[in-house]
Design a protein around this ligand. Structure first.
Ligand code: BTN
Length: 246
């Protein structure tokens, strides 16, 4: 099922290893997995801490088909959906997707996704999808917690969680949903598991820009849709969603 994989006990970032491998011919579906990352990276240039033994950190390499090229931004949604589904089905957790692809349980983050692309002649040659899941509680404070409260699978499920079993379930969901990436079933699932639907949110974007609005959903291309106080529709392609308090 998985044509090829690389395992590292300790590495800078599994996404960096995957980008290098992608540039030197890694096959579609290739997997890089790391027990510990010393330079783990998050979205918008943030740091991501991977505690050995407590986290699941891996990167997948996809070679998009000509058809998938049309919905290339959906690979990011695919990762969020796959983790959401794995947590819902395997652990019975009420997991939700915080746009574009963080996974929350009970309002706290337990998974982040970093998607990066390898371009060649104006076309995406490979997509690297990096997934980090907090599996077991850790005593190391996560810097990303300052931005959003964090949790882990074992705390939420109230039982031990096997990292490899979770990895297998996530890979299974990715393989299954990738076939439906451009179809309405995928779009409906992504929409239905979106956190903060109908609520007033604040979206912070690079360059300290902040947009306020009521969260309406996503477009089929993965854009976030807000409605401004004046009733205008706003579509966003990047940012961090927070509930607007007060
Ligand atoms: C985020 O929430 O900002 C995204 C975090 C993504 C973390 C994963 S862990 C595996 C892969 N390697 C990295 O350096 N980052 C991603």
């Amino acid at each position: 099922e998985i044509p090829s994989f690389q395992f590292f006990e300790k590495i800078g970032s599994s996404n960096d290893a995957a980008l290098t491998w992608a540039a030197s011919g890694a096959p579609d579906g290739a997997l890089v997995i790391a027990d510990e990352q010393t330079q783990g990276r998050g979205r918008m240039n943030r740091q991501w801490v991977t505690v050995p033994g407590a986290a699941l950190a891996f990167s997948l390499i996809f070679r998009p088909s000509p058809q998938e090229q049309e919905g290339i931004s959906l690979f990011s949604a695919l990762a969020g959906v796959a983790v959401q589904q794995a947590l819902e089905k395997t652990f019975g957790l009420p997991a939700e997707i915080k746009w574009p692809n963080d996974v929350l349980v009970n309002g706290k983050k337990l998974c982040g996704v970093l998607v990066e692309s390898v371009w060649m002649e104006a076309r995406v040659e490979a997509v690297v999808v990096g997934i980090g899941v907090n599996v077991a509680p850790s005593s190391v404070p996560a810097p990303e917690m300052l931005l959003f409260p964090a949790t882990c699978v074992e705390t939420e499920a109230d039982r031990p969680a096997d990292r490899l079993l979770l990895l297998r379930e996530i890979l299974r969901e990715i393989t299954a949903w990738r076939k439906h990436l451009l179809s309405s079933v995928f779009y409906q699932l992504y929409s239905s598991r979106l956190a903060f639907q109908g609520q007033w949110v604040k979206v912070s974007q690079p360059g300290d820009q902040i947009t306020y609005g009521r969260l309406k959903g996503v477009r089929t291309n993965g854009c976030l849709l807000l409605e401004s106080e004046a009733g205008d529709e706003i579509a966003l392609t990047i940012g961090d969603v927070h509930l607007r308090l007060g």
